[in-house]
Structure formats: structure tokens, C-alpha cells
Design a protein around this ligand. Structure first.
Ligand code: F6R
Length: 611
């Protein structure tokens, strides 16, 4: 939520910041803006996407060697030019950008209004900025000191970058709850919400921790905590190539990421799954294997698509490891009073590793003695760092706002972990383990085969793009896949869609069925197949239009369905990694057919760092 970029060094700052904002636009695209300091401190900002800002900048003086930029996902104040970041302090001396929410801003604003401050925007950010300026003025102290004092009095989440007219080479940055990465160049520094704006210039980065303040100059990076003690910056080498964050010839990131899945699943299995030696190597899981085996229950905490992956994992872990699993929405978990015992195992699933609800939920659980295992895609992210152990999904940067390749990589990791624990616990036989390990190893090739249905799905999208509602039905391992298919369609095409367990449909949603309602059945060959065929008949009897995702060789489904998508046969435990792909493609092509911006669907943002 919100992308921030900063630069200080010998280059022209504006092109670096603009490119960075384009790379971070998936984090929010309600408005964009830059502040450039070159003697004068100039702020340019515009409602809408970064391209609109760029257009607006033509003909202005863009020359500067220091600057900050922001792409916004609105929280306080509607998306308009006025509320766009950067904000300027009352005196015009300081510019600031912010990703997060200041919860106690109303009280601070009241005090500042009483002191005669005026506000040009409705944002919590402008309040924090003037609060900092007020402290600086009253204490006659450097900006760094004023930021430190202000942040001690702030409730909420933030990553902030500030530049001060009086200190023309320095960016002051701080974070709590919202991510910040600093790239270290030769005589220059780059700051951003993630590494994508930085990778082109340097691979050496520092992930700033919560409650740290960075004083960043071209040739100097000083990190301090809120107690003003120096912290040693821990330099990490980025393991990411520029190509991974570019479209590579595809029309959209979403399509590129769907088509990357044979590789991303392979990368996720590579070095872990060895079918010849019949081993699965996952050091993070191994370290806690005893605790997991002896756990009375496992809780999995996640949001959105990651929550759907967690639901599939619930079925898999209970089947293979015979350990009770509860799957929780992070946003619910963190605000109720969950019963957590010392030694409970909690798995956090997150693509970005920055989702605020998931992060706070696991921090709370950790304090109560739970063991936290993070299944995370973004390397070095907050959830990865808070977890005791875990496994990265290695899907590479996911830029399309709708999550696709992260889901299948999460399933691959969770299935490997369940297989490993099941074998060590003795709840699956060696033969079943070997069979499933081979099934997993075969998935990348089978995904290639599923992707060949793309043209056919494009035609289906044309046929159904004007439907008002969709129903997605599945059973067993495919029930969460139905939920995921409905979520993808909603977010990309703005068509109302519901996912349901196929049998539960009789208890209400069947009332929606008529000749205009497309019903997508995720009906692969599994132990529920006969049952789901009965559900299909119930829909047909009411004239619903059936689109079926079915397994090669199934002769019954084609006699009932109006349209079929055929995918390769696979064991039911690994089948969701295949059955979800036609649903991703269907949502994508319907969104495109409706002329929508599928990479940046309205109101959404990737990496939800606000609660
Ligand atoms: C859906 C989507 C969201 C995310 C959710 C969790 O396509 O992208 O529902 O899955 O915001 O995000 P992570 O996995 O980053 O914690």
C-alpha cells in the first residue's frame, strides 16, 4: 500500500524516482508525486497513475540530485491532487512522503490547529509532517532529532522519507510496520518500499527494521534506533535480476506471471525435492520438525489468496500428517482473544511478507509463545524476519496486483512440508510419500499442458464476459480453488462472483441459478468426483450454464457441461496447482475483454500494509 522512492547522489534524481514509482505502482495508484530539491524545494503531484504525473511534469524544471517520490493508495482523504504526496510543511521547508496510517493524528491535528497551523490536505501525513516541523522549531534541533521525538509520540504504522531545504543532500527515513529498503551505490543511495526500483543500480541493500531512523547522504548511511543509539546496517545481496520485474513481451504482468508458473513451481521444488533419493530438504521446517510433529494443532494465518492456499493446506496437512489444522483470517485472529499455548505452531502464509494484519497477528502469537513458521515469497520481508523459521516460495517478484504464481508456489511449499512431516511422523507410508513426491515433481510439466488451453479460455471469456454474476463450485481440495477463482474474477473484471463448496450450494446459492448464470465447476477426477457430478446435474436441471474444469479421460463431465477445459490427470493432493490455472486465465481474459486494467484493478493495491 503506497510505494515510496528516494534518491540522493550524483545522478539526476527525477528519472530514477519516476522509474522507481512505475515499478512500485502495483502498491497503489490513486495519485503520484515527487519532491525535488535543488536550492528550491519543488513538489509536483497529480491524481491518477504515475503516467499522469509524468505527463504533467513536461516543461517543468526537473533538475535535482536529491528527491523523493510517492504512489498512493488512499487511506485518509479522497484520492485527489490535494491529498497526493509529497506534502510540504507549513513553512515550505520540509517535504515528506508516507506509507502507513497515523492513528492518533486527530488529537495532534487539534493541537496544531490551536497553535495556528493550517492544513492543505485531509491526510494524516500532513499532520505528522507539521508535528515534526513544530518540534524542530520549538527545540531548535536538526530534522533527524525532531523526527525521533515525533515518532515516539505516534501511534500507527509508517515508512516516511523527508527532505529539508536546509540540508540539501540528506534524506531522513524511518519505518514501523511499513517496509523500507536502502540500496547502497558508489557515492549514492536509493530508498524504496521494495527492491524493484533499486535492482537496476545496485544489488547491495539494507532492510531497515521497525523503530529505526536512517540518515542517508550520498556517501553515508547512518542507522539509529529511536533511543538515538547507532545501529549497524546489515548489508544483504539481492538475489534478483532486472528481467524478473519487467513484462518480458507480455501485455500484462498478470499474464506473464500466470505463464511463469511452470518455472516458478520448478524453482520452488528445485534443491528441495529429490525424487531419486526420495528426500525433501527444507532446513527451516527440519529445525522445527519435532515441534510440528508433536503439536496438538497447527494454525495457519493469512489473507486473500494466501488464505485460500492455507485452506488447501489444511486438507493436505490433516490428510498426510493427521494434525488438526485451523485456518484463520489474520484480520480476525489479531483482534479476538485467541487461545494460544506455548509451543503451538502457527504458519503464516504471505506473498509480500508485509501484509499488516498477518504481521501483527504473528507478532501477537509469538509473544504468547507460539512457534512461527513463515511461508513467504518476498525475501527479507517483515514476516520472513519475524518468523522463527520457514521456507521461501521462490516465485520471484509478483507485480500484477492479482496474486497468481504466488498461490501455486505456496501450495508447492506447503505440500512438500506436509509430505516431509507426514513421513517423519509415520502418518503416511513410504510408498505414498514416493508417489506424491513424483506427482509434485511432475507438476511443472503438467502446468505447461494446462497453459495450452489459453486460446480456448480466451474464447470462453468473450462468450461470458457480459454475465452479471458467476458461481464457482468445488469440493475437497478444489473447494478453496473455487474460492480463489471467484476472487480472481471479482478483482480483475468487477463481475460479482461467489465461491462455494459444491454441495453447500443447495443451502442457498442455488436460488441464484437461471439460464443467465455461468457456474464454474472445478470438477477434476478425485474422490469427490461422483458427488460433484450430481451437483452439476442439479445446476443443469435449473438451466444454469456449466463451465467445467475436468480431467483428461473423464467421459461424464462433457455430457453435462456447456463448456469444458481439460487438464492433465494428477493426484487430488497436487491437483489444485493445475485446476487453479484455467481460473486465473479466465479472470484475466474477461478483464481484458472488458477493457480493464488487469494489472491495476480499481481500489486495490498489492502488499496491504494498512489494517
Ligand atoms: C488477491 C490478492 C490478495 C492477497 C492478500 C494477501 O489476488 O492478491 O488477496 O493475496 O492481500 O497478500 P500477501 O499474500 O502478500 O500477504
Amino acid at each position: 500500500m503506497c510505494g515510496i522512492v528516494g534518491y540522493t547522489g550524483p545522478r539526476e534524481a527525477y528519472p530514477v524516482i519516476l522509474k522507481g514509482l512505475k515499478r512500485l505502482e502495483y502498491r497503489g495508484y490513486d495519485s503520484a508525486g515527487v519532491a525535488l530539491l535543488d536550492g528550491d524545494l519543488n513538489v509536483y503531484k497529480k491524481k491518477g497513475k504515475v503516467a499522469e504525473l509524468e505527463e504533467n511534469m513536461i516543461g517543468t524544471n526537473m533538475h535535482a540530485h536529491i528527491g523523493i517520490g510517492h504512489t498512493r493508495w488512499a487511506t485518509h482523504g479522497e484520492p485527489n491532487d490535494r491529498n497526493a504526496h509529497p506534502h510540504l510543511s507549513q513553512s515550505g521547508q520540509i517535504a515528506m512522503i508516507h506509507n502507513g496510517i497515523i492513528e492518533n493524528y486527530a488529537k495532534i491535528k487539534k493541537d496544531l490547529l490551536a497553535k495556528g497551523y493550517n492544513f492543505k490536505s485531509d491526510t494524516d501525513t500532513e499532520v505528522l509532517l507539521n508535528f515534526i516541523e513544530d518540534i524542530k522549531k520549538n527545540n531548535n534541533c536538526p530534522l533527524e532529532e525532531a523526527v525521533r521525538i515525533a515518532l515516539k509520540r505516534i501511534v500507527g504504522a509508517y515508512c516516511i522519507l523527508l527532505i529539508d531545504k536546509d540540508d540539501p543532500h540528506t534524506i531522513i527515513a524511518a519505518r514501523k510496520g511499513s517496509p523500507l529498503v536502502i540500496g547502497i551505490g558508489k557515492g549514492e543511495h536509493f530508498l524504496a518500499s521494495d527492491a524493484s526500483p533499486i535492482i537496476e543500480y545496485t544489488k547491495e541493500v539494507v532492510y531497515v527494521n521497525d523503530y529505526e531512523i536512517a540518515i542517508v547522504r550520498p556517501d553515508e548511511l547512518i542507522l539509529k534506533n529511536l533511543g538515538n543509539e547507532n545501529q549497524t546496517p546489515f548489508i544483504t545481496k539481492l538475489d534478483m535480476e532486472l528481467a524478473a520485474i519487467e513484462k518480458g513481451g507480455y501485455d500484462h504482468f498478470m499474464l506473464k506471471e500466470i505463464f511463469e508458473q511452470p518455472t516458478t513451481i520448478y524453482d520452488c521444488l528445485r534443491g528441495r525435492l529429490d525424487t531419486e533419493k526420495s528426500t525433501i530438504t527444507m532446513s527451516g521446517i527440519q529445525q522445527y520438525a519435532d515441534k510440528i510433529i508433536n503439536a496438538n494443532r497447527i494454525m495457519i494465518i493469512a489473507c486473500g489468496t494466501s488464505w485460500h492456499a492455507a485452506l488447501v493446506a489444511e486438507y493436505i496437512i490433516e490428510e498426510l500428517c493427521r494434525i488438526p489444522v485451523e485456518v484463520e483470517y489474520a484480520s480476525e485472529f489479531r483482534y479476538r482473544n485467541p487461545i494460544i499455548h506455548e509451543g503451538d505452531v502457527i504458519i503464516a502464509v504471505s506473498q509480500s511478507g508485509e501484509t499488516a494484519d498477518t504481521l501483527v497477528a504473528i507478532e501477537n502469537a509469538k509473544q504468547k509463545g507460539a512457534i512461527i513458521i513463515g511461508i513467504v515469497n518476498a525475501v527479507g520481508s517483515s514476516i520472513a524476519r519475524v518468523s522463527h523459521a520457514g521456507a521461501y516460495t521462490h516465485a520471484g517478484p509478483e507485480i500484477g496486483v492479482a496474486s497468481t504464481k504466488a498461490f501455486t508456489a505456496q501450495l508447492a511449499v506447503l505440500t512438500m512440508a506436509a509430505l516431509k512431516i507426514g513421513l517423519e511422523k509415520g502418518t503416511i507410508t513410504k510408498e505414498r510419500y514416493q508417489q506424491l513426491a513424483q506427482e509434485l515433481a511432475d507438476i511443472p510439466e503438467k502446468v505447461e499442458a494446462v497453459l495450452k488451453t489459453d486460446d480456448q479460455i480466451k474464447k470462453l471469456a468473450e462468450k461470458y464476459k457480459d454475465a452479471r454474476d458467476f458461481l464457482y463450485l468445488g469440493r475437497g481440495y478444489n473447494f478453496p480453488v473455487a474460492l480463489e477463482g471467484a476472487l480472481k474474477l471479482k478483482e480483475i473484471s468487477y463481475i460479482h462472483a461467489e465461491g462455494y463448496p459444491a454441495a453447500e450450494m443447495k443451502h442457498g446459492p442455488i436460488a441464484l441459478v437461471d439460464e443467465d448464470l455461468p457456474v464454474v465447476f472445478v470438477a477434476t477426477k478425485d474422490s469427490y468426483h461422483e458427488k460433484i457430478i450430481s451437483n452439476m446435474q442439479e445446476i443443469k436441471a435449473r438451466k444454469g450454464k456449466v463451465i467445467a474444469i475436468m480431467t483428461e479421460g473423464d467421459t461424464v463431465t462433457p455430457t453435462l457441461a456447456d463448456d469444458i477445459i481439460v487438464i492433465p490427470e494428477a493426484d487430488e493432493i497436487v491437483a489444485p496447482m493445475l485446476s487453479v490455472i484455467p481460473l486465473q486465465l479466465l479472470a484475466y481474459h474477461i478483464g481484458v475483454a472488458k477493457g480493464l486494467d488487469v494489472d491495476k484493478p480499481r481500489n486495490l493495491a498489492k502488499s496491504v500494509t494498512v489494517e
